[in-house]
Every structure is written in structure tokens, then in C-alpha cells.
Design a protein around this ligand. Structure first.
Ligand code: SF4
Length: 235
């Protein structure tokens, strides 16, 4: 099957456990204010590849995966090309390769249910804890993500909750505590990751001629995250 992808990172270490082959799919219906990959938004962008071609590449890196690594399919929003991702995951599972899906969790349909049968780990981008902010800054409804998380729990799929922390938006102790409360209410959640808001992507916005919505906000520093963790007693 043919899919449209943006790019490949062969030895990724930040998108799931171990060393991973990270595939960035092309196309995303959301518009997160901090998005690092605006070049993935356009569904007509990127380039076409077959699932077999990707498997062949993945297998070349297999020796680096060790016991924890594998493939992560990210984006863009990978569930927008669910048929392709499902076929790719089936091929990878056939080779005993660990599969991780990095998704916004904003979309749900029967095909995604089938995809989850082949998903070992879900990296769920739980972008905001305030429902109004969720819609305002991402164009996705928080209730959709809560539903998706409920489905992950129902299937007992290992999940990592990830949230990009942006000063003045979702960096209050109250907000982050709410995120941990969500994690605590779902035993399938094995890890919470607070990610720093970075602006390395600013040139991408310039090249695309589109506004970087959070371009005027400060980057988040490691000490900002540490301070929040201390404030909620998780340091
Ligand atoms: S879901 Fe991901 S790719 Fe899509 S706009 Fe948000 S951060 Fe960007």
C-alpha cells in the first residue's frame, strides 16, 4: 500500500522507548499553536512510499533497536492514513518489531480500532487540560482525546501521555496536576512526559509563509519543567 510521508528519522531516541525508526506521515487537520512540523500539514505535500519499502528500511536498523526499540509512526497525524499505517504495523509485527503510534487522539473510527490491535504503545499527545484552550490552540476537542484515551484503557494498550509545556498557556501547577490526575485515572498510562516548547521550527513557518502562532512566546527551559514538577511534588 502507498502512503504519503514527510520524512524519516532512522535512529530516534525521543519518540518512545529505546532506539527507534521514526516515520513522520504527511497531513494533519489540527493547527497546534506550538507545532514543530508545519511542513507536515498539507495533505498534498511530502512524497509517496510503499509500506514494503518502509519495512525494508526498518529491517536495516533492526540491530540498533535492542530489546526496547522499534518503529514509531508520527506526523502529521498518522491516523489520517490509517490503512497505510495498519498495513505497515502488520508487516512490522510479522517481524517481531515493537510498534508505537504517536497521535493527537482527535480522530476515531473503526479503522483506528483495528490499528490499535497492532499497536504496542500509544504516545498520546494530551495537549491541554483546559477544554477551551484545547480547542482554541489546537482545533481539537479535549473530549475527543479523552474518548481516545478511554478506548486505550479499555484495550489495555500501554500509553505515554505527552504534553508540550508553554509558558502562560498550560504551565501552571494546577494544569500539570490535572494531567497527572488523568494519568492516575487510567492504569494503561505508563509514563507522563512534559516536553519543552521550542522555536527551532520558526524558519519552517517563514519558508512556508505562515504565521507561527506561538512565535512570540518564550521557549520553555529545563528549569521551568523542574519547577513545575517541584510545585506538584513530583520532583
Ligand atoms: S497534531 Fe502534531 S502535526 Fe498536527 S498541528 Fe498539532 S503538533 Fe502539528
Amino acid at each position: 500500500m502507498i502512503g504519503r510521508i514527510n520524512s524519516i528519522q532512522t535512529l530516534g531516541t525521543v519518540d518512545g522507548p529505546g532506539v527507534r525508526f521514526v516515520l513522520f506521515m504527511q497531513g494533519c487537520p489540527l493547527r497546534c499553536g506550538y507545532c514543530h512540523n508545519p511542513d507536515t500539514w498539507d495533505f498534498a505535500g511530502g512524497y509517496e512510499v510503499s509500506s514494503e519499502e518502509i519495512l525494508e528500511k526498518v529491517l536495516r536498523y533492526r540491530e540498533y533497536f535492542g530489546k526496547d526499540g522499534g518503529i514509531t509512526v508520527s506526523g502529521g497525524e498518522p491516523t489520517m492514513q490509517v490503512d497505510f499505517v495498519r498495513e505497515l504495523f502488520a508487516l512490522c509485527k510479522g517481524e517481531g518489531i515493537h510498534t508505537a503510534l504517536d497521535t493527537s487522539g482527535c480522530i476515531w473510527n473503526e479503522k483506528i480500532e483495528k490499528l490499535l490491535e497492532l499497536t504496542d504503545l500509544c504516545l498520546l499527545d494530551y495537549k491541554m487540560c483546559n477544554p477551551e484552550d484545547y480547542e482554541k490552540y489546537t482545533r481539537c476537542k479535549k473530549e475527543s482525546v479523552d474518548f481516545f484515551l478511554g478506548e486505550l484503557q479499555r484495550r489495555n494498550i500501554d500509553t505515554w501521555l505527552r504534553q508540550v509545556i508553554v509558558k502562560g498557556i498550560n504551565d501552571s501547577a494546577e494544569s500539570v496536576r490535572m494531567l497527572y490526575d488523568v494519568a492516575d485515572a487510567h492504569p494503561c498510562v505508563k509514563k507522563v512526559e512534559l516536553l519543552k516548547f521550542r522555536k527551532l521550527c520558526a524558519p519552517k513557518y517563514e519558508n512556508l509563509g505562515i504565521e507561527f502562532p506561538f512565535g512570540n512566546l518564550p521557549e520553555t527551559k529545563a528549569e521551568d519543567i523542574s519547577a513545575i514538577m517541584s510545585a506538584i511534588g513530583k520532583a
